[in-house]
Design a protein around this ligand. Sequence first.
Ligand code: AMP
Ligand code: GLY
Length: 431
Amino acid sequence: MHILLLGAGGREHAFAWKLTQSKRCTKLFIAPGNSGTAAHGENVALNPLDFEAVGQFVLAHQIGMVVVGPEEPLVRGIWDYFQADAQLRSILLIGPSKAGAVLEGSKAWAKQFMQRHQVPTAAYREFTADQLAEGLAYLAQHPLPVVLKADGLAAGKGVVICQTHAEADAELREMLGGKFGAAGDRVVVEAFLDGIEFSVFALTDGKNYVILPEAKDYKRIFDHDKGPNTGGMGAVSPVAFVDDAMWQKVEQQIIKPTIKGLHKEKIPYTGFVFFGLISVNNEPYVIEYNCRMGDPETEVVLPRLKTDLVMALQNCAQGTLGRVKIRADKRAATTVFLVSGGYPGNYEKGKTITGLDKIKGSLAFHAGMRNAGDAVVTDGGRVLAITSFGKDLAAALKKSNRNARLVQFEGKFFRKDIGKDVQKLADSTKS
Ligand code: AMP
Ligand code: GLY
């Protein structure tokens, strides 16, 4: 089968790497792709948000399956566009309908959905601009810290944790005043949960689901979770504190009611559900849903996946996921992101990258990278994810760090402590 993969990040390079390991994939196209995906298929200059162009390409190139990497085409309704077209309807598309993608596209909708289906999450209220006075009064009596979230997609910047009432007051005014454009027309105010975060992924056909290996993402720019939030500086899998007892709670209290809820509400969903979770005193709560795989979590989850991914996705799109068994590599995987100097603030692109040929014993997933003549240059904030396996996280991290030092570009930065907290917890429960 010919497959078209939409997206251009490290997640998509990991998908391209995994999809092409399947005999069922006869040809892979990636739109638009990057220097890494080009090694696994043909990059095509298509905008994933131009559904008409995507549809024409699919028909012209006998594509049997479209795998959607990022959330934006899903939130804008690419699944619905394919369904509405007599010729495109039969193409397998991995990703939810617009009605399903709203789990990520609207935080207020997701909170209402969780309430309807008794999925544990932080207590909250939502406010629109004409409820500003009510919102300010609510904030004034809210315990600190308090979390403010712009309802819509805000490029990962829409969540603000306020430590003082003055800060919360100003933030609510700014969000409702248009700081994030239409994404902030509605603001969710929720209780702060103090715990440890982790990510869980399900693939669902709208009725059945399978669970992928869990992961933990490291969002802050500096070691020990200091500094501003980024798209993710690294990830690990497995996550030691997610033991059998925790998995039981996650599946029964969170995954099952979510998938059942989608089914009950007749929301078509053939794709990944990403559960951003937090464990508070060993009880899991949902911080957020995403309607796609995580980045950089994919760079550790897919390498650990032993199941044929194309087979699993075919069953997903055809409603037969019940037949699929997920098998995972027992080894630990870590990924360490090399990022551009200045990221997540301003940074320069176009820096020549050297030393890629020196990487040994790790996988190098390209993210913000592109080919420029004979050279490879930086093309984004997050540049390269270096994934390694090890008997434990410490061994895997050692390899990722060693290879991270061998790759050079002006301004290169990476965190040195990815996975160390999880490893420490694992060591303390062993002894
Ligand atoms: P999000 O953009 O929804 O992923 O949120 C960004 C980050 O904000 C999360 O990864 C958490 O670290 C933090 N966060 C969001 N909601 C809460 C909450 N209710 N309590 C504590 N931290 C939160
Ligand atoms: N790693 C978090 C995300 O993909 O949104």
